[in-house]
Design a protein around this ligand. Sequence first.
Ligand code: FAD
Ligand code: SF4
Length: 332
Amino acid sequence: MHPFVLERPRDLSAALSFGAQAGRNDAPVEYIAGGTDMVQLLQEYVRRPDRLVSLAGVLDDGIEIGPQGLRLGAAATMAEVAAHQAVVEHFPLISQALLNSASPQVRNQATMGGNLLQRTRCPYFRDVGYEACNKRVPGSGCAALDGENRWHAVLGTSDDCIAVHPSDLAVALVALDASVELRGTGGDRSVPLSDLHRLPRDTPHLEAVLEPGEVITAITVPATAAGLRSHYLKVRDRASFEFAVVSAAVAIETDGARIRQARVALGGVGTKPWRLPNVETALAGADFEPAVLRQAAALAAEGTRGRGHNDFKIELMQRAIVRAVEIAGARA
Ligand SMILES: Cc1cc2nc3c(=O)[nH]c(=O)nc-3n(C[C@H](O)[C@H](O)[C@H](O)COP(=O)(O)OP(=O)(O)OC[C@H]3O[C@@H](n4cnc5c(N)ncnc54)[C@H](O)[C@@H]3O)c2cc1C
Ligand code: SF4
């Protein structure tokens, strides 16, 4: 492990003053929250900051629900949010996505902010024995393009990086039109979750839109998303403790036997959490006939680009959408 200084600021403004930069491997100063991702990356020499700024005790960990919707403090843990009665009742998609993530031990420690900014599980990124990884070392190439790319993305890829965004929570939040509240030395701002993560393009080492020093302070989910019938379907290589091969977050409003409005996002297939407005439009007004659902889900394949080992995801993600819509529709 590269030696670093651990800073334990007394409050948030002291934390911000260190100018830590989330999600960049070349950053000399980084934040640490629950540490479940950061410590692994430090141990494996993937990240080598000179200074780590602990966010423990300086960020809100509240979970509030009101007329405006849901507000999750960035320090709330995955376990606390997943089990919170109001979340389970009114935003079950969030609870389901969290309970399908990691292990109970990790969920007890990991925070909302850290979850959204966890780094990709691309094996070439996480093993410094591989020299070619543009995300870790800009300009070094991408070992996954012609390597073992079964887990990699088919949406939002570039010739420089095809790594999948790993957070299940983020997929559910994108489907629910959530936003993140950010705070930096310059003040506060709110960013839609769909804009928090960048596409890799030719700068895959820049993963999020946070400015130096900025932290996520909270996640907000509008009340309009409450009460929708929803389902988070996660397809993975083993039943627990595993990242998504493909996941589908679906929330629908029905009008009798028809879908009035649908929200659909995919995980495991995109370089960022992937919302599908074209599929949503096709589902609006549809009944639950399998052929109709399949036709709508087929639009998810627009713009996909497989790399060989991961071609199967293009068919699998359409099937996941159909299944998730059927399950959501069957909920009382
Ligand atoms: C064995 C294992 C299995 C897992 N399986 C899954 C899974 O199936 N699905 C899934 O979604 N996740 C999974 N995870 C990942 C896990 O969810 C993340 O490790 C965890 O959510 C990170 O949260 P943390 O608080 O520990 O973040 P940390 O490790 O402390 O930080 C992660 C990153 O976020 C930054 N950061 C943290 N908080 C803030 C903030 N408030 N503002 C700005 N930057 C911040 C840090 O600088 C760092 O870059 C798994 C992890 C493990 C170890
Ligand atoms: S896919 Fe991205 S993270 Fe993986 S090796 Fe290529 S550049 Fe690195």
